[in-house]
Design a protein around this ligand. Structure first.
Ligand SMILES: C[S@@+](CC[C@H](N)C(=O)[O-])C[C@H]1O[C@@H](n2cnc3c(N)ncnc32)[C@H](O)[C@@H]1O
Length: 464
């Protein structure tokens, strides 16, 4: 598929390209910065490295991080890049009230590579060079691949990270997926593990190993346990991991095509980072790495080029009551984004308490500008006509907006199979004359827009 001389060309390209990127000054690309505060309690940032998600090409993200003091600061990088599958991936959008057919699949990311395999490898190797710069001296990188690319990437990794730093080849085995009568059914992915150097973080984890016949051995000095299956001992993790994929009925499932199981990330994060370590995933997808890092008290940085990835990840983090995190995006007005109209936005006072009352009216969007399959277009149009607000997926509000970077303390998003509530009632400490209200809204296609209101008397009017 690729000759050996082409492979060395790929590595040289990556080296040169990464050098070029490092030598140029960084010009700010992520002008839009918003902080999401899922926990209602007040928050004072305790760390110099806040949790952050970037919507954009990870090349620019890594350049920015290197420029801003993150060189050698990340203890663990996990990446699950496209696998050169030549497929386009989707994210499922459910439309409520859900009537069986009311689910559409919307583009999430492209893995087609018109310029062939070497362009894919060049993309990856340039990024791997930059990841090495970000990795701490005690750091480890996990690169998640499959049979299509792993053997080529192994050679590239040997050149970038050094063969002596190759720690493991992990086989993640699962049962799901297709079968074949023409070849052995493909039931595993491969994760290459490299450390930055010899002194790396490694907290060995244990797993259950069932006794033969599930009966007790009663060996001297060996602790045995019993569960519903039978007797087992605890052994250090081996390099073959049997973990179920995120199945159709799994509670974890968020509808993002290539979502990886939390259990997989849990092992990786527990083994190769400590509490408070900085963990990064530059191909975040549905945000599994950050969600698990958060649960295990690590700090995280994630990046993904896709809008559906941002939307999915943000909602997942909020659902998990995560610590506050920043979302960075390029500040380009999306021509395809719709416009939210309010019926009213008012200040209400009741028994000494102050409330901001918002009534949503409608969401106007030009559906001709959204790329949709013909059959979905009709459905979406009908649903939009019935209730245009059902195409809204997320609303974030800062009730005391100071300009620049809003703090979205209030978040509303579609959940429990219901659309957003069209009445929003927020209790606030104060609403002064001239105080600004920032409203961020994102539709089911991931298109976002915002509007700022200003308090005038007991009403608020659009600012500007
Ligand atoms: C296999 S998925 C990751 C799935 C993820 N591990 C999860 O659990 O959901 C790969 C992701 O890489 C993203 N991606 C591809 N090229 C990228 C780039 N240059 N910069 C940032 N993200 C990229 C895609 O949008 C896609 O979401």
């Amino acid at each position: 598929m690729l000759t050996i001389d082409k492979l060395s060309e790929v590595i040289d390209f990556g080296r040169e390209e990464s050098k070029k990127i490092l030598s140029k000054p960084y010009i700010e690309y992520f002008h839009q910065r918003e902080r999401i505060l899922p926990k209602k309690a007040d928050f004072t940032p305790s760390s110099t490295f806040p949790n952050q998600f970037y919507q954009g090409d990870n090349l620019i993200v890594m350049k920015k991080l290197l420029e801003e003091g993150y060189r050698g600061k990340i203890d663990l990088i996990y990446i699950d890049p496209p696998f050169f599958t030549k497929a386009k991936y989707k994210s499922k959008i459910f439309l409520y009230p859900h009537k069986g057919e009311d689910v559409i699949e919307h583009f999430a990311y492209d893995d087609t590579w018109e310029e062939g395999f070497s362009s894919y490898l060049k993309m990856l190797s340039t990024r791997l060079f930059l990841m090495r710069e970000l990795l701490s001296e005690r750091g480890t990188i996990y690169v998640h691949l499959d049979y299509r690319t792993v053997h080529y990437v192994k050679i590239i990794m040997d050149q970038i990270f050094g063969g002596e730093n190759f720690l493991n080849e992990i086989i993640w085995a699962y049962k799901s997926g297709g079968v074949s009568k023409r070849y052995y059914s493909r039931k595993h992915d491969t994760i290459l593990v490299y450390t930055k150097g010899a002194d790396y973080i490694f907290n060995p984890q244990k797993e259950k190993s069932y006794n033969r016949g599930f009966k007790p051995y009663r060996f001297k000095g060996v602790k045995e346990y019993k569960d519903e299956l039978g007797w087992y001992t605890l052994v250090y993790l081996k390099d073959v991991w049997q973990i179920d994929m995120v199945g159709r009925t799994s509670k974890e499932r968020v509808g993002y095509d290539t979502q990886k199981p939390e259990k997989l990330l849990e092992r990786i994060i527990l083994t190769s980072s400590n509490e408070d370590s900085l963990v990064a995933d530059f191909f975040a997808g549905s945000g599994t790495t950050g969600v698990v890092a958060e649960k295990l008290n690590r700090r995280w940085i994630m990046a993904d080029i896709g809008k559906q990835s941002t939307l999915t990840t943000v909602k997942r983090l909020i659902e998990n009551s995560s610590n506050p995190f920043y979302i960075y995006k390029a500040d380009v007005r999306d021509e395809k984004a719709g416009k939210l109209y309010l019926k009213m936005i008012e200040v209400k006072k009741d028994k000494g308490k102050i409330f901001l009352k918002i009534e949503l009216d409608r969401y106007e969007v030009d559906l001709n500008k959204i790329s949709l399959k013909a059959k979905d277009r009709e459905l979406i149009h009908r649903i939009w006509k019935e209730n245009s607000l059902s195409l809204l997926d997320f609303i974030g509000i800062d009730t005391d907006y100071k300009g620049n970077s809003p703090d979205l303390r209030w978040q509303y998003y579609r959940k429990n199979k219901e659309n957003l509530d069209s009445s929003i009632y927020i209790e606030v400490d104060q609403l002064k004359e001239g105080q600004e209200i920032f409203i961020r809204y994102i539709d089911v296609f991931g298109k976002d827009n915002s509007v700022v209101y200003k308090i005038e008397g007991d009403k608020a009017i659009i600012n500007g």
